[in-house]
Design a protein around this ligand. Sequence first.
Ligand code: SAH
Ligand code: DHB
Ligand code: MG
Length: 222
Amino acid sequence: MNQAQWTAIDDYFAKHYIGDDPVLDATLASQQAGGLPDINVSPNQGKLLMVLAQLVGAKRVLEIGTLGGYSTIWLARALPNDGKIITLEFDAVHAEVARGNIANAGFAEMVEVREGAALELLPVIDNEAGGPFDLFFIDADKVNNPLYMQWALKLSRIGSLIIVDNVVRGGEVLNADSDDVDVQGTRRVHELLANEPRLMSVALQTVGAKGWDGLAIARVVS
Ligand code: SAH
Ligand code: DHB
Ligand code: MG
């Protein structure tokens, strides 16, 4: 198996299960025009996020790592009209591109892009006490994933879903001695997910248009 086949199958699935999607095409075009990195979730992964959000009946979503709003738009599509997404983005240019894309997708009201370092924004969100979030998508700097995980737990309710992207690190996740802080953050998050009694967790490796990677998914059970 090779990347060309993984991409071809991903394209085939996307063609069948998603079809034409001018809004998301425009989002990707604007990311490219703005010089943003090409690291959004794939179309099929985006639709998986949407289906998972529908499954938990999500009304409130917290995303950490917005980029150009591609995953945000998929999540927004799962929400009722009075739903709410807060998405956190460190980079001012990314946040601006995301706001444009989210507005173009019709979700300007539903989605709030907050600019800044997630670890500074999360305590503010906690203080607002706007009620728990039903779904978390953790997809920013991997070194901080253990802390994001703990914030998600704190801001959750029983039944909330926590999704962590990019949990394979090109296989380096096996390397306990890695000096890559993102690998170490990812290893720690797997330990947290596996050992936290309040969570029912699973991790899955994936191949597709974005290569070999994986997702961890945890349900808050107590
Ligand atoms: N979820 C997006 C991809 C996010 S890429 C999608 O799938 O479409 C990761 C993003 O996290 C980048 O835009 C990066 O600028 C942002 N980021 C990195 N470190 C951050 C931090 N400490 N706080 C908030 N955002 C951060
Ligand atoms: C990177 C980040 C991501 O969130 C992703 O899905 C793929 C790659 C990165 O930083 O390289
Ligand atoms: Mg990611």
